[in-house]
Design a protein around this ligand. Structure first.
Ligand code: 5GP
Length: 197
């Protein structure tokens, strides 16, 4: 997605250990116009997947998921990272190791928001080692629901997340695929261009 790639080049900064900081448009301040375009793109890519629910993880997954769920006309559910007093029982939980925080946390979704017949689109802001996505897959499958696809805003292809998810049979769609962040330079994977006459 060209607009996203350009925004990453213009506003992203490379931190040590292969981390991309995107606090000016995604992870802290939010570019709402860009989020609308991202949401439409996810909805478009998964239009054929019979999605009836979008599931993400707080907090950075919410902004890019919102318009995807709206466009698909389905509910958006976000997994909580902090235990809430109002969310004690009747929950699905999974352990997620955070790549950026380097700590494990338990994610939680209330059972009432996931049903056996759900076909779920999982959305997250980044794909690195695939831990967050696997935690979300875990809660969705605990409910007996189906993961119909995984939508990622920014994939770091030099980390094994995609391979792990594809090896398990999941369809992964990323809107920006970063090949390298070496020497503080952001390079993208060349996407195949289809030429039609
Ligand atoms: P994974 O679970 O795939 O290892 O990492 C994905 C999660 O870690 C995302 O939810 C995101 O919050 C965070 N993350 C991973 N890599 C990056 C990165 O380069 N930049 C930022 N801002 N977050 C990242």
């Amino acid at each position: 997605m060209k607009l996203l790639q350009q925004t990453i080049l213009d506003k992203g900064t490379v931190l040590p250990n292969g981390v991309l900081k995107v606090n000016t448009f995604l992870n802290h301040q939010v570019d709402t116009g860009l989020m609308i375009e991202i949401g439409k793109e996810f909805a478009n890519r998964f239009a054929d997947a019979n999605i009836n629910k979008v599931v993400t993880i707080e907090s950075s997954g919410i902004a890019p998921s919102f318009f995807a769920a709206h466009t698909l006309n389905v509910p958006l559910v976000f997994a909580r990272k902090k235990k809430s007093l109002t969310l004690k029982d009747n929950v699905y939980t999974s352990e997620v190791f955070s790549f950026t925080k380097q700590e494990a946390s338990e994610i939680t979704v209330a059972k009432e928001f996931l049903q056996e017949n759900d076909r779920v689109l999982i959305i997250d802001d980044f794909l690195a080692n695939g831990q967050a996505a696997q935690g979300l897959i875990d809660v969705v499958t605990q409910a007996g629901a189906t993961v119909a696809g995984i939508g990622i805003v920014i994939e770091k292809t030099f980390q094994p997340g995609r391979q792990i998810l594809e090896d398990k049979g999941y369809r992964v769609e990323s809107l920006a695929r970063i090949q390298s962040l070496q020497n503080e330079k952001i390079t993208f994977v060349e996407e195949a261009v289809t030429v039609t006459n």
